[in-house]
Design a protein. Structure first.
Length: 79
């Protein structure tokens, strides 16, 4: 019997910063995209973000939800 975890059993396990928001540099690293891509996602509303003082701050929960949704789509397409 195969005892490897099934895709639906895998969870996103990342160490989260204490703050509820992160900058675009760290958000891009977590999402494995470039920083310009992350800024476009912020501007386009793909992730919840705002610009206090001229720099984007990304809502960490929104980012993780986007990553999880993308992972679920990839798993569904693989089946």
């Amino acid at each position: 019997m195969d005892h490897r975890p099934q895709p639906e059993q895998l969870k996103l396990n990342l160490v989260l910063p204490l703050d509820d928001t992160i900058d675009t540099f760290h958000a891009a690293r977590i999402a494995k995209v470039t920083e310009p891509t992350m800024r476009r996602w912020c501007e386009g509303g793909r992730v919840r973000a705002w610009k206090p003082g001229g720099r984007w701050r990304v809502c960490r929960k929104s980012l993780y939800a986007l990553i999880e949704a993308s992972r679920n789509i990839a798993v569904a397409e693989a089946v």
